[in-house]
Design a protein. Structure first.
Length: 197
């Protein structure tokens, strides 16, 4: 075997080893997570009764990460826009950037793994590790926000349902039966009635 043949075989072996090690380790390439926003809303009124904002008149945005959610906004106001945005140069590689708004109140989040990061709702910042469900009341003038565990919706990764399995019917039933959600939005109704608004 001449010198050229040995170099050729050696180079091919190096290339094969590099390919195999990249295949096994990942070569630093990250699979991009499936992401987007699923919007569910409903409005129910009977005659002059407009219902309770956040329970009977509701807008819910599920900011998706793979088949679950990075976070969810459950609000009594309609969201004016929502979606994913292009990563900024300062964003970590493989991260997702989400944005939206409820009226004039901006919503922003950058997450690397769909589990950690910061959600900004208006001027308030929230750590995703402390809960990824946000109840937002906007009807009383000054917005109120409550952070909760995503398990309340039984939505992955904290629950069993994928974002595709979460339906309007499932969420409407929670609005009718979940004590924490009802208390949060009914509290706003009581404040509005007592102030004469």
């Amino acid at each position: 075997m001449n010198k050229k043949s040995r170099i050729g075989i050696g180079n091919r072996l190096l290339v094969m080893m590099a390919i195999l090690s990249c295949w096994g380790v990942g070569c630093g390439f990250r699979h991009q997570p499936a992401r987007g926003v699923k919007h569910i809303s409903w409005s129910h009124s009977e005659g002059s009764n407009q219902g309770t904002a956040g329970i009977d008149n509701t807008a819910i945005d599920i900011f998706s990460w793979n088949d679950g959610a990075a976070f969810v906004i459950w609000s009594d106001g309609s969201s004016t826009h929502r979606g994913t945005s292009p990563r900024q140069p300062s964003d970590p590689r493989g991260s997702a950037r989400y944005d939206g708004a409820i009226g004039d109140m901006k919503i922003e989040c950058v997450t690397l793994d769909g589990l950690t990061g910061t959600v900004k709702i208006g001027s308030n910042s929230f750590d995703l590790t402390r809960g990824r469900l946000f109840l937002v009341a906007t009807q009383e003038g000054k917005p109120r926000i409550q952070q909760m565990s995503l398990s309340k919706l039984d939505l992955k990764p904290d629950g069993n349902l994928t974002d595709e399995q979460v339906t309007l019917e499932h969420l409407r039933e929670l609005a009718k039966t979940d004590a924490d959600i009802r208390e949060f939005f009914l509290q706003g109704t009581a404040q509005t009635e007592s102030s004469g608004i």
